[in-house]
Structure formats: structure tokens, C-alpha cells
Ligand binder design. Structure first.
Ligand SMILES: N[C@@H](CCC(=O)N[C@@H](CS)C(=O)NCC(=O)O)C(=O)O
Length: 280
């Protein structure tokens, strides 16, 4: 395979095409199809990864806009620190994430963020990306916990935050005209489920307000992944004015937690796309 790659690296006299060596994958025009040995998802034009040389860096595909899922990863990166990786920005407003070039090479689900490892493997889903970062970051301020009990506690609160609060309010938002306009047919939306999801989200928020009594953060005295998860979603939707009913004075413990989170430097940075190279 290496010899084949070296041979192809000379270019093709007949077609004049020069194949691009990209990690374990050779990519070229149609004449070269029989020589490629990349997988279906890897094959494509690799506009996204600085083609033509072997890569050694991690690449995070972040969004140009402050979408809540990318914001969770940004908030995690700013809070955790000790990370080095490259960043490529995907234009959600222009639906770049839904184009074949992105779906065929980065994430078949057409979603952002995604993390390309230095062996070209792609990791998606924000908890998986943050979990990976937590493992590799320098410094010992782990946001996923450092004992079995602490990890279980953080996992419990992260899951509660997502299932009981975030998923219902995101589903509520996905029933709005703004969501229909944003997705332009690329997601199955449920406008008929808005009322029940508003009630589910309110129920989850009411419960959390009770749970936060006497506590500083969701899983105790220190900020963890559970706070990053909830604030990433709540903070973006409150800041953009998309969901006005999320943070109200009638839930004083959530309001106090929200203010504590909003005052953090990392929270202020999460609304802005990451720079081309992160070394923090
Ligand atoms: N389950 C995914 C969700 C990612 C997601 O839905 N990202 C949004 C940005 S907030 C997106 O890509 N939306 C654009 C679209 O679906 O077209 C994760 O955990 O990362």
C-alpha cells in the first residue's frame, strides 16, 4: 500500500492528475477511482483538512455561528485549558454542514461540532468530544471527575440536565418558524409537540431549582461537565433571545447559578468561534 501511494505520488502521465496523499487516503479524480484506498466517508475533496500533506494535529470543526452544541465544546475548552488543536469553521447559516463535501468527509449526520483525531478518526457528539479533551488535556482540573463516585455523580447531573431540560427546550425551539427557516428542510421538526415540550422543560427546570438549593454548581462545589452542558445550551439561547422563558426570577436558584456561570470569563468567550489554532 505504501509503495502504491509512493507510485501514485508521482502523478499520472496519462491523465495529468496528481493524487493527493492525505493520511492513509489517496484522493484523486475519477480516473484514479480504482487506486483509491480510502473509505467511503473519507473519499471526497478534502477541502476541510489542509490536504496534500500528512496531518499530525487534531482538528475541531467548530461553527462560525454561536450554535449551542459548538458552544458547549468551546466552553469546555476555555474552562478545562491545557489543550492544543487546529480549528476549521463551518458556516451553518450557509448550510455548509449539509453539503456533500462535509457529510461525506466529516460527519454523515451533517452536524457540528466534530473532532478529527491525528489518525483521521472522526469523533462526534459533544459529550464524547469533551470527554476526549478531558483525557488528553494537560493539568489535573478534570471536568468529568477524578474518582469513580465523582465521575458517576457528574454523569448523573449531565444526563439529567440533557434529558430533563435541554432536550425538551431544544425540541420546543425546533417547532418555531425560526427553526424551520434555519434548517430549511434538513431536519424533521415537530411544531405540534411544542406545548408538551414547553411543559416538560418547565418541569425539568422546576426540579433543578429545588435541586440547586444550597449548592453552587450542579454536581457540588466545583464547576463540572454538567454545568458546561447546561450553560452551553441555556446561555446561548438566552443571549440570542431565542428562548425568553428559560431563566426567570421565579426560579431563584437557577437564576443565581446562571449569573455565576455568566460571570465566568470562559462563558463570555463561548459565543465566539475558536481561533484557527488553540493553545491554552
Ligand atoms: N448530537 C449532536 C448534535 C449536534 C448538533 O445538532 N449541532 C447543531 C449546531 S447547534 C447543528 O449542526 N445544526 C445544524 C443542522 O442540523 O443542520 C452532538 O451532540 O454534537
Amino acid at each position: 500500500m505504501v509503495e502504491e501511494a509512493q507510485r501514485l505520488g508521482q502523478g499520472d502521465q496519462k491523465s495529468g492528475l496528481t493524487p493527493t496523499l492525505y493520511g492513509p487516503c489517496i484522493v484523486a479524480g475519477p480516473e484514479w477511482e480504482s487506486y483509491t484506498f480510502c473509505t467511503r466517508h473519507q473519499r471526497g475533496r478534502f477541502r476541510f483538512a489542509g490536504a496534500s500533506q500528512r496531518r499530525t494535529a487534531l482538528i475541531l470543526y467548530d461553527a462560525k455561528q454561536p450554535g449551542p452544541n459548538p458552544a458547549v465544546v468551546r466552553l469546555f475548552v476555555h474552562e478545562r485549558q491545557g489543550l492544543q488543536f487546529d480549528v476549521e469553521l463551518i458556516d451553518l447559516a450557509g448550510l455548509e454542514n449539509r453539503k456533500p463535501a462535509y457529510r461525506n468527509t466529516i460527519n454523515a449526520r451533517g452536524e457540528v461540532p466534530a473532532l478529527r483525531l491525528d489518525n483521521d478518526r472522526i469523533i462526534t457528539e459533544i459529550t464524547a468530544i469533551c470527554g476526549y479533551f478531558d483525557e488528553i488535556a494537560e493539568g489535573d482540573r478534570r471536568l468529568f471527575g477524578d474518582t469513580p463516585e465523582h465521575r458517576a455523580e457528574i454523569h448523573m447531573w449531565t444526563r439529567r440536565a440533557y434529558l430533563e431540560i435541554i432536550l425538551p427546550f431544544v425540541t420546543w425551539w425546533r417547532g418555531t418558524d425560526a427553526a424551520e427557516e434555519a434548517y430549511r428542510g434538513h431536519r424533521l421538526l415537530m411544531p405540534e409537540a411544542r406545548r408538551s415540550h414547553r411543559l416538560l422543560a418547565d418541569q425539568g427546570l422546576n426540579q433543578l431549582d429545588d435541586d440547586l438549593e444550597g449548592k453552587t454548581f450542579l454536581a457540588g462545589d466545583d464547576l463540572t461537565m454538567a454545568d458546561v452542558m447546561l450553560y452551553g445550551f441555556m446561555g446561548t439561547n438566552v443571549a440570542t433571545g431565542e428562548i425568553s422563558w428559560l431563566n426567570v426570577p421565579q426560579r431563584p436558584n437557577i437564576a443565581a447559578w446562571f449569573d455565576r456561570m455568566a460571570a465566568r470569563e470562559a462563558s463570555q468567550k463561548m459565543m465566539t468561534a475558536l481561533p484557527a489554532r488553540v493553545e491554552n
